[in-house]
Each structure stands twice: as structure tokens, then as C-alpha cells.
Ligand binder design. Structure first.
Ligand code: DGY
Length: 320
């Protein structure tokens, strides 16, 4: 019997079959239902490898159930679902999927900005619902994007590509990051500013920071109050970076003009959540990296990492 690999979501045959030829593979066989915790804990008992989605909590308890575990390959660049310190204590290698999703996620982020600014979802619904009676001067008028100021919070690789997209729209680029990136400043004419300056000067505030203890609840009432009343807030990183009650109040009270959200504090967000009732909110189901090409690359990178760790080699993309 080969090494046991457990996969927490149904993956396509092209990915699974080569794995089955090498390992004893078991998989949660639902595509759109999260594996219940008790099933996961049972399945990891004799697993040496685990491939997870960001919906699975990988913590001390899980490691205690999985004494044979060598690797957790997380199919995401973010790994806030994993307790890295507990993994280190359990001597389990953690890998993620950076780089392969950068461009697709940046495309989605910029599309979300455009869709929110130009009220595209509202306009599409308007046509489909037979509300369109005539062309009229201010019908569904939104906000210009070109030559406006974009403020990127979290200038990682996705942030850099969003800045590149913004440059194509002749935008003035501000950024805030843990550290300055001189190369980005030179190449994209991006300007490093304090968080306070960024939120008060930007027309579009784009959040791309990972979820950490420092960034949890970063966008609160006080921060939204500093924004321009015409500002549009876009979040394509992680929901808990934002206080959603405060965001709702900021939108309802006109402290900001709109929000484009691909991520939420709780996912999936409930259909009756107050934020979803606002027409100035464009909401997407966490699809930043969701193109077929990119999702296959992410799965393949997970497989490569598992193969390497199972054969005693260093993984390609370990989380340090
Ligand atoms: C990630 O990779 O962290 C995204 O949020 C999901 O693709």
C-alpha cells in the first residue's frame, strides 16, 4: 500500500488519476460542500499528505489526529486557515500556491473595481429585468476610473500587477505596505504613503493584504470616515480585514460611494446579509483566482509539492 493522501474536495480526473497511480488517494467527493470537521479528523488519521482548500481549518487539533502527516498542500496563496506554528511543532511542511494565480487575481480585482465604479452589475440587471425604457443623460451614471487615484493596501505580487493594470488607465498610484518597494516606485511611478494618507487621498482603495493579527479588522468606522465620500472600497484579500458592520454604516450614511467585495468575514455570506441589499455593493463569491487555467495550475503546484515531499525533496513553494 502506497502513502496515503487525503484531498478535501472533489478534483478533476486529470489531476486525480496520476496521483492514484502512485499513492493511496482518498478524496471528499463533493465539489461545493465543505467537508465536515469530524469527517476530516477521521480521514487524516493515517494520512501522510493532505491537500486542503482555504475552507479547512488546519490547527493543533488536526495535527494531533494525524501523527503520520508530512505535508499539507493548501490550494491558495493565503494560508490564514493554517496554524503555522502548530505545523512547525508537529513537523509538518506547509505549502501554498503563490505566483501561478497572481495575474488572474489581479485581473479580477481590477474588474471588480471597474464593475463597481461603472455600476455594471446593476446595469446588466436593469436590461435583463426589462427596466430599460430609453437612453437618458444620467441613466446609471457611475464614476470615472481613468486618471483617478488608486490606493493599494498590501503591495505584494498581486498588488504590483493591479498597479500595472492601473497604470494602463493613467491612474495615480499610492500604496501602503509593510516595507517600501523602490523597484515598484520606479517602474510604476507608485508613491509610498502612510495608511492614513492613502485612505484619505484615494478615489479607489483596494485591499490586497494577507490576513494577519495586524490586518484583522483594519478597515473600521474611523477609517471609512477618513475616506472621500466619492471613494470606492474594493476588497479581494480576506473578509476579516474589514469590519463589515462599519462598512455597511459607511455605505448607508454616504461616507463612501460603493464597495466591490470578493471576500467576506463569513463565507459563503448569507443572501440576506445587509451588505447584499445595497445597490452600491458589488459582491462576488471569492473568485479572485477562478479561471480554469489558473485553478489547474494551482492544483498542479499542490501535486508537485506533495510529490517532492513524499520523495524526500524540498517542496517548490513552502510557507516559511
Ligand atoms: C487565495 O489563493 O488565497 C485566494 O484567496 C483563493 O484563490
Amino acid at each position: 500500500m502506497g502513502k496515503k493522501l487525503f484531498i478535501t474536495r472533489k478534483l478533476p480526473n486529470e489531476i486525480i488519476e496520476p496521483l492514484q497511480a502512485k499513492y493511496d488517494v482518498e478524496m471528499w467527493d463533493k465539489e461545493d460542500v465543505v467537508i465536515p470537521r469530524h469527517v476530516l479528523l477521521d480521514k487524516v488519521k493515517d494520512a501522510e499528505g493532505l491537500m486542503t482548500m482555504l475552507s479547512e481549518k488546519v490547527d493543533e487539533e488536526l495535527f494531533q489526529y494525524a501523527p503520520e502527516l508530512k505535508i499539507v498542500a493548501n490550494m491558495a496563496v493565503g494560508y490564514d486557515n493554517i496554524d503555522i506554528h502548530a505545523a512547525e511543532r508537529a513537523n509538518v511542511t506547509i505549502t501554498n500556491t503563490p505566483d501561478v494565480l497572481t495575474e488572474s487575481t489581479a485581473d479580477l480585482t481590477f474588474s471588480l473595481l471597474l464593475a463597481t465604479a461603472r455600476r455594471m452589475i446593476e446595469a446588466a440587471e436593469y436590461v435583463k429585468n426589462s427596466q430599460w425604457k430609453s437612453w437618458s443623460p444620467l441613466l446609471l451614471a457611475g464614476h470615472d476610473v481613468h486618471r483617478k487615484t488608486i490606493g493599494i493596501v498590501g503591495m505584494g505580487s498581486i498588488g504590483e500587477v493591479v498597479a500595472k493594470r492601473a497604470k494602463g488607465f493613467d491612474m495615480h498610484i499610492l500604496y501602503y505596505n509593510r516595507s517600501r518597494k523602490k523597484r515598484v516606485e520606479e517602474e510604476l511611478h507608485a508613491q509610498y504613503v502612510s495608511f492614513e494618507e492613502l485612505v484619505s487621498q484615494s478615489d479607489f482603495i483596494v485591499c490586497l493584504t494577507p490576513l494577519t493579527n495586524e490586518t484583522r479588522n483594519l478597515f473600521t468606522k474611523e477609517v471609512f470616515q477618513q475616506m472621500k465620500s466619492s471613494a470606492i472600497f474594493v476588497n479581494a484579500s480576506r473578509g476579516p480585514v474589514v469590519n463589515e458592520d462599519d462598512l455597511y454604516i459607511a455605505l448607508v450614511e454616504g461616507e463612501i460611494a460603493g464597495a466591490g467585495l470578493d471576500v467576506f468575514a463569513e463565507e459563503p455570506i448569507s443572501g440576506d446579509h445587509p451588505l447584499l441589499q445595497l445597490k452600491q455593493v458589488v459582491a462576488l463569491p471569492h473568485i479572485g483566482s477562478a479561471t480554469t487555467e489558473t485553478r489547474y495550475k494551482m492544483m498542479e503546484l499542490c501535486v508537485q509539492n506533495i510529490d517532492r515531499v513524499f520523495s524526500g525533496e524540498a517542496p517548490l513553494t513552502p510557507v516559511k
